[in-house]
Write a new protein. Structure first.
Length: 137
């Protein structure tokens, strides 16, 4: 199955003020394109907020957030120019670090953190309306 870019946001490390505009655009886009039944837009918005704010706050250089069509599903990829980060292996909600990724993993259909890179990809709990799907490969 192939990916098709639906929307992207370019952010800068440390530019926290740009997150609100990106978050609002993400929400508007999902409200216009998501299938009402079978979609959890609130969870998708929490995932977007967590991954983008982590990258802007803790990452390095430019931050790219890209929403892809994956069949009728959606995937969010967030990457920055850093060399990666350590992923916490604890699932405790009272851990000092790593709670955000724990919550994202709980809300997303799947979560992949690329080893040795600052790239995180989450399949969102959102189904696209007919006509938005990517072609199958």
């Amino acid at each position: 199955m192939s990916y098709r870019c639906l929307r992207s946001w370019n952010l800068e490390h440390g530019a926290l003020e740009s997150l609100a505009a990106a978050r609002n655009d993400f929400l508007s886009f999902l409200q216009a394109t998501a299938e009402p039944s079978g979609s959890d837009i609130t969870a998708a918005l929490l995932i977007f907020g967590e991954l983008t704010s982590n990258a802007v706050e803790h990452g390095r250089g430019k931050v790219a957030a890209t929403l892809f069509a994956l069949g009728a599903a959606t995937a969010l990829r967030v990457a920055d120019e850093g060399s990666g980060f350590e992923v916490s292996t604890t699932s405790a909600t009272d851990a000092m670090r790593g709670r955000g990724l724990f919550f994202v993993k709980t809300l997303a259909q799947s979560l992949v953190v690329e080893t040795g890179a600052s790239v995180v990809e989450a399949v969102l709990p959102v189904r696209l309306r007919g006509g938005m799907e990517s072609p199958t490969a």
